[in-house]
Design a protein around this ligand. Structure first.
Ligand SMILES: NC(=O)C1=CN([C@@H]2O[C@H](COP(=O)(O)OP(=O)(O)OC[C@H]3O[C@@H](n4cnc5c(N)ncnc54)[C@H](O)[C@@H]3O)[C@@H](O)[C@H]2O)C=CC1
Ligand SMILES: CC(C)CC(=O)C(=O)O
Ligand SMILES: [Mg+2]
Length: 355
């Protein structure tokens, strides 16, 4: 019997539509000729819709999106829209409403890819970023706005329930990997309220995973080790904002955010999970076919795994490996590493079809 994957697609703004087109190209290629099909529904959410209607994400949009099995998103945000309107009103609204409490961000260095590190070595780690709490809650406000006495607050919310479920997920991931190592990152020497809740939670859950070795880094030190010794990381767990910042850095050291995938996961499967590159809408390169779509194609790998299509995920993963090796080899001969967005998607889709 043919299985049809019912996928919501939100191309979004800037380079979002360009990279999503390549992600879908590869998804269709890997499903060709087998008994799994994909049915896509496009949602016109983002800057153009906001300019037209003033809407970011209506209740009707949300209800409709909830009916899908999964979501593929490009990026949101545009200089023509006040900062935060789409990021909070669309993207974070989706993550919070769909209870995406795990933001899963794998980082892998493909040998030969240009990197700012002199000696990148073997980099292969997973960041488990909390996705529904912390400083992203929108818990705060402004008084006496615009006056010299203005006070603006953003209060980080960390619940025992929320911290425990994401920490437990990270232990599960670490336990399933050969190195079985978990690094939790916070700033509990200063953020003593939230930090100590995280520390106590990690200590308590670690008792259930005796094979997982645990270490701790303050977030400032973690930024150092990402550059000086990234090979030390296996699984990292951290809060929403630290995870956001550290994964952009992790993307940069492994060849750029254009290569870095993510999944906003609802592990309980009550709501659809959402897969997206970690980068934003990159207005500086939008519309020029300069965006690397590998981050989106690698997010399709996470999507396939989430849907239980492991064999298809491995085929796309292998195709990415092969294409990255070809690009690295060309770069070693003096050719540019970057290729047009469409060329990269075509190349990966072609390898998938051959494989
Ligand atoms: N998940 C999302 O939808 C996110 C949205 N944003 C929004 O995106 C807009 C731009 O934000 P920025 O801070 O500039 O971050 P950004 O990630 O869009 O861009 C940062 C730098 O990375 C480059 N870059 C990004 N994606 C690339 C790709 N696929 N290939 C090659 N280079 C790439 C850009 O050209 C830029 O130089 C803002 O409105 C921001 O709020 C930012 C981060 C995440
Ligand atoms: C709301 C987004 C703009 C946050 C972000 O940068 C991210 O999730 O990577
Ligand atoms: Mg980010």
């Amino acid at each position: 019997m043919t299985r049809t994957i019912d996928l919501a697609v939100i191309p979004g703004d800037g380079i979002g539509p360009e990279v999503v087109a390549e992600g879908l190209k590869v998804l269709e290629a890997v499903l060709e000729g087998n008994d799994v099909q994909v049915a896509t529904t496009q949602y016109d959410l983002g800057a153009a819709r906001w300019h037209r209607t003033g809407e970011t994400l209506t209740d009707e949009d949300l209800e409709s999106i909830k009916q899908h099995e999964a979501i593929l998103l490009g990026a949101v945000g545009d200089p023509s829209v006040p900062s935060g309107v789409l990021e909070r009103g669309l993207l974070l609204k989706l993550r919070f409403a769909l209870d995406h409490y795990v933001n899963l961000r794998p980082n892998k260095y493909y040998p030969g890819v240009p990197t700012p590190l002199a000696n990148p070595g073997d980099i292969d780690f997973l960041v488990v970023r909390e996705g529904t709490e912390g400083l992203y809650c929108g818990n705060g406000g402004v008084v006496r706005e615009g006056t010299p006495h203005e006070i603006a607050t953003e209060v980080s919310v960390n619940t025992a329930y929320g911290v425990e479920r994401v920490v437990r997920y990270a232990f599960e991931k670490a336990n399933a990997r050969p190195r079985k190592k978990l690094t939790y990152v916070h700033k509990h020497n200063v953020l003593v309220n939230a930090g100590h809740l995280w520390r106590r939670t990690v200590e308590a859950v670690s008792a259930e995973y005796p094979e997982v070795s645990v270490d701790y880094l303050h977030v400032d030190a973690a930024t150092i080790f990402l550059v000086t010794d990234p090979g030390r990381f296996d699984v990292m767990v951290t809060d929403n904002l630290f995870g956001d910042i550290l994964t952009d850095e992790a993307g940069a050291i492994t060849g750029g955010v254009g290569l870095a995938a993510s999944g906003n996961i609802n592990p309980d499967r009550v709501y659809p999970s959402m897969f997206e590159p970690i980068h934003g809408s990159a207005p500086d390169i939008a519309g020029k076919q300069l965006a690397d779509p590998i981050a989106t194609i690698a997010s399709v790998v996470l999507l396939l795994d989430h849907l239980g299509l492991g064999a298809e995920a491995r085929r796309v993963e292998a195709a990415i490996d092969q294409d990255m090796a070809a690009r690295a080899a060309a770069a070693a001969e003096g050719a540019p590493f970057a290729r047009s967005t469409g060329e990269v998607g075509d190349a990966v889709a072609a390898i998938v079809r051959q494989g």
